[in-house]
Design a protein around this ligand. Structure first.
Ligand code: ADP
Ligand code: ADP
Ligand code: MG
Length: 666
């Protein structure tokens, strides 16, 4: 008998995804939530939801005692940790057992054995699993590390032994850059994991990341569920995954599967795990083992037709694995794209804020959307900024890729920056279609980062103009009183002049403003004089526009004078210009540096009185899984620094000001 009730010690899409399986299996669900997540989707979906503390993860989703207390009081018999947070925390696994709650995960000793990349490599080496040439010894003296790097041969990659999430990783091209890279990797490792030990690996030039999903039960059975290719990455982090891995023949699949099973057996594994390999030419090497459910597990589910969360619960309940290796088969091809609230133009800095508009693809048998947010929810600075995972399946890779591109095209997100443009560019790239996969794909094809903007100016202007006219008619324009920009409240004469037209002035932020002359017609349509053409335009059902008889979806999201028109999933921002308001003066080169997102100050690199050049690093912030260096906006002398390492700062908060020069210029 499976569990009657389970607690899900996580949030976001993975909590929602686990709840879905529980519901199907008849397991009642207990959600936990932080104060920032009071109204989250996972709270709504669960049978009960218990508050566990303030927004910062260490006070809520990482609060072991509190979570165990909730499990006891709610009568949960098992705890599923999801991924991230406590999922690879051996102490938590032990605390569950001590409290008499079943831990849905591997034994604590297996988590510990794989928790250090260095110790895991030593163990795997002894078990005969191939390793990337490198050094993973205990001696961390700079001389030894330098000698080992020289022996391995540059370029080398430094990794935090305790690492994860791409943190504490540095590529070093030449010997003279080693010392500095070591210091910064050790610093980041210490700050992130409280452990500054590192290992060094040969840095492979054009590798693929291919991983094997393994599953073990407590009766000695271990199987693998084939492989996933996760080579499309940014910042050493996956954004598109697929299964099976293109170009892997059955012999290689078998060899990698065997190596993964050997790895799992060597640590006495049970439950779901992933053995990650780095692959170059026809060689594969063990990289690390993740002792949990992986973010990208759905592609494996799509090709095997299995529910891995169900398997996790069955194994945790002591049941044998539902299938033997020989009974497992893969069919078709699946992709997953991770849609993140982040800004590809700013080194993938997370982007936070309310999702003013959100539309996701419709789910079918072949299209799956795993998400934890709804329109109106906020992407907060406290947690991973993933909006959703889009998973598609088809019989062939080509067909699945077409599904991926089409479904990505259905996404509409307004309110935060996203990586959708990048994902679409990759899905449509000929090199991706050829399966020319390697971890440097984005670097190799920088055009994927160029923000493509579908739709022409006329379409965008027409949609914006109709939205403004509609708002005006219904009086629903969302402008706070006292904004001072709105022309609508002003003179009635403005509304429609004697000739029966109205001029709307739009600017796109740069360049000249464009006037759209609108002539409302008796039949509800409007004639719009757009640059170079007059069109007959009608707005339908809020999100659709008919232009000269052609109907298309063109949602417009309005926030004050700012209008975002979504064309084929790309956002175009226009500003409605108040013709009675004088334009704001140009601002001078900034004399202050503010926090772009809420964050923690991790390092301050300057002191008052320092003379810095434009672009010089001033201080380092940490938010979610990212370090962000703030640079001087101009040349000048540092005046005041208002924050110290360890401080939490809010968005827009002033951190550094420049000193006033004697002449009063800043
Ligand atoms: P993977 O290889 O599965 O991406 P990572 O080691 O990069 O694994 O991290 C595991 C996952 O845990 C991440 O992808 C991320 O979604 C999640 N995660 C990490 N940190 C957080 C956090 N602070 N809040 C929520 N989720 C997180
Ligand atoms: P994490 O714990 O952050 O997942 P991994 O060791 O799994 O760290 O490595 C993350 C990514 O870094 C890999 O998917 C790969 O793209 C890259 N990487 C790791 N090791 C190497 C290497 N030796 N050479 C080149 N790239 C590597
Ligand atoms: Mg990894």
């Amino acid at each position: 008998m499976l569990f009657g009730k389970a607690l899900i010690a996580n949030r976001g899409e993975i909590a929602c995804r686990i709840i879905r399986t529980c519901r199907r299996l008849g397991i009642a669900t207990v959600a936990i939530y932080s104060e920032a997540d009071r109204r989250s989707l996972h709270v709504e979906l669960a049978d009960e939801a218990w508050t566990v503390g303030p927004a910062p993860a260490r006070d809520s989703y990482l609060a072991i005692e509190t979570i165990i207390g909730v499990a006891r009081r709610s009568g949960a018999e098992a705890i599923h940790p999801g991924y991230g947070f406590l999922s690879e925390n051996a102490a938590f696994a032990e605390a569950c057992a001590a409290a008499g709650v079943v831990w849905v995960g591997p034994p604590a000793r297996a988590i510990r054995a794989m928790g250090s990349k260095a110790a895991a490599k030593a163990l795997m080496g002894r078990a005969g699993v191939p390793l990337v040439p490198g050094y993973h010894g205990d001696d961390q003296s700079p001389d030894v590390l330098a000698a080992e790097a020289g022996r391995i041969g540059y370029p080398v990659l430094i990794k935090a032994s305790a690492g994860g999430g791409g943190k504490g990783m540095r590529v070093v091209e030449r010997a003279d850059a080693l010392a500095e890279a070591l210091a910064s990797a050790q610093g980041e490792a210490h700050a992130s994991f409280g452990d500054d030990r590192v290992l060094i690996e040969k840095y492979l030039a054009r590798p693929r990341h291919i991983e094997i999903q393994v599953f073990a039960d407590t009766h000695g059975n271990i199987v693998h569920l084939f492989e996933r290719d996760c080579s499309i990455q940014r910042r050493h982090q996956k954004i598109i995954e697929e299964a099976p891995a293109p170009g892997i023949d059955p012999a290689r699949r078998h060899a990698m599967g065997d190596a993964a099973i050997t790895a799992a057996r060597a640590v006495g594994y049970a439950g779901a795990g992933t053995v990650e390999f780095i692959v170059e030419a026809d060689r594969f090497y063990f990289m690390e083992m993740n002792t949990r459910l992986q973010v990208e597990h759905p592609v494996t589910e799509m090709i095997t037709g299995l529910d891995l969360v169900e398997w996790q619960f069955r194994v945790a309940a002591g049941e044998p694995l539902p299938s033997r290796q020989g009974e497992l088969a893969a069919r078709g091809h699946a992709f997953e794209a991770r849609i993140y609230a982040e800004d590809p133009d700013r080194d993938f800095l997370p982007s936070t804020g309310p999702l003013a508009h959100l539309r996701q693809p419709r789910e079918t048998k072949q299209v799956r959307v795993d998400t934890g947010v709804r329109a109106g929810d906020t992407i907060s600075p406290y947690y991973d900024p993933m909006i959703a995972k889009l998973i598609v399946w088809s019989e062939t890779r080509d067909a699945a890729l077409r599904q991926l591109a089409a479904a990505l095209g259905e996404y509409e997100v307004v309110g935060v920056r996203t990586n959708l443009g990048l994902l679409r560019a990759i899905a449509g790239h000929p090199a991706f279609a050829r399966a020319d996969l390697h971890t440097g794909f984005i670097r190799r094809h920088p055009e994927t980062l160029a923000t493509a903007s579908g739709g022409n100016e006329r379409t965008v202007l027409a949609a914006a103009a109709l939205a403004v006219l509609a708002d005006e008619r219904t009086g629903t324009e969302r402008v706070s009183a006292g904004d001072g920009w709105s022309p609508w409240g002003m003179a009635d004469a403005w509304r429609l002049n004697a000739e029966g037209y109205q001029d709307l002035l739009f600017s796109d932020g740069g360049g000249d403003a464009v006037t759209v002359r609108a002539w409302p017609q008796g039949d509800g349509s409007t004639l719009l004089d757009l640059p170079g053409a007059r069109v007959r335009a009608e707005r339908e059902d809020g999100c659709f526009v008919r232009l000269d008889g052609v109907r298309q979806r063109l949602p417009v999201v309005r926030r004050g004078p700012e209008l975002t028109v979504v064309v084929d999933g790309s956002n175009h921002v226009l500003h409605l210009v108040d013709r009675f308001q004088p334009p704001r003066g140009e601002t001078k080169a900034d004399s202050r540096v503010t926090a772009p997102i809420p964050a923690r100050v991790s390092r301050v690199l300057v002191v008052p009185g320092d003379i810095v050049g434009k672009g010089a690093p001033l201080l380092v912030l940490e938010a979610m899984k990212m370090e962000l260096t703030l640079a001087a906006p101009r040349d000048g002398t540092i005046g005041a620094i208002s924050r110290a390492p360890g401080d939490m700062v809010g968005e827009g908060e002033e951190l550094v000001t420049f000193a006033m020069a004697a002449d009063g210029a800043t």
